[in-house]
Design a protein around this ligand. Structure first.
Ligand code: PEP
Length: 252
């Protein structure tokens, strides 16, 4: 059985002090919820402070990005071993990074492989744009993102990957996919693409989240679907009650 995983992507929000206070409030309530893996992904400057706060809890810490090189002249970038000093998880290939920072399936692939070398759990984001969705290309797009993004990944580590299916048109728009539609993309395209790469058994073990305007109010719709193993949450992860309600809804 796949254990659901709910991760909060705080994006470029919260100073260190604000992050400390949000993480404190969240940890008080989240630590009581069992049967779900819980992850907070603050911005880089807050990782140290939040990691100290989460010590001794079962709440994991994730970064929102990393670079694939080990070290060197890459101004402004953060190396995988630096992320691994504080984090167990890392979000890779978020659609905002693909849209605004030129990330491609090839750079996603380098990042995924670098993360695995450092025993980080990558949360790899895939999803189609509105145009791709409306022109019936969802399956083709997510299959390409999976096959290129996860090419040459060590099969022995593949079962530990986490995929986030995030239709771009649903992110931050308040217009979530329906549970049924999201489940169909996972069942018809994402899990089969994972099976092509790693075999059916490993594909069954890989957790696939839904992301895109998940709230405390609509979370149940997604977690009732057989293929959906939790959520990657943006806006609602900054609201204590919402994020707690989402996490509770995901718990098995
Ligand atoms: C995200 O950024 O990964 C996301 C899903 O955002 P939101 O929940 O705000 O749509």
């Amino acid at each position: 059985m796949r254990i659901p995983i709910v991760a909060g992507n705080w994006k470029m929000n919260k100073t260190v002090e604000e992050a400390r206070s949000l993480a404190f409030e969240l940890s008080r309530k989240l630590r009581e919820i069992e049967g779900v893996e819980k992850v907070l992904c603050p911005p880089f400057p807050a990782l140290l402070a939040v990691s100290a706060l989460l010590q001794g809890t079962d709440i994991g810490l994730g970064a929102q990005n990393l670079h694939w090189e080990e070290k060197g002249a890459f101004t402004g970038e953060v190396a995988p071993n630096m992320v691994a000093e504080f984090c167990k998880y890392v979000i890779i290939g978020h659609s905002e990074r693909r849209a605004y920072f030129g990330e491609t399936d090839e750079t996603v692939n380098k990042k995924v492989r670098a993360a695995l070398v450092h025993d980080l759990t990558p949360i790899i984001c895939v999803g189609e744009s509105l145009d791709e969705n409306e022109s019936g290309r969802t399956g083709e797009v997510v299959r390409r993102q999976i096959s290129l993004g996860l090419a040459d990944v060590n099969p022995a580590k593949a079962a530990g990957l986490v995929i986030a299916y995030e239709p771009v048109w649903a992110i931050g728009t308040g217009r979530a996919s329906s549970g049924e539609n999201a489940n169909a993309v996972l069942a018809d395209h994402i899990r089969p693409a994972l099976a092509d790469l790693f075999g059916a058994e490993t594909a069954q073990a890989i957790r696939i989240q839904y992301g895109g305007s998940v709230t405390g109010a609509n979370a149940v719709e997604f977690f009732g679907q057989p293929e959906i193993d939790g959520a990657l949450v943006g806006g609602a992860s900054l609201k204590v009650d919402d994020f707690v309600a989402i996490t509770q809804a995901a718990a098995k």
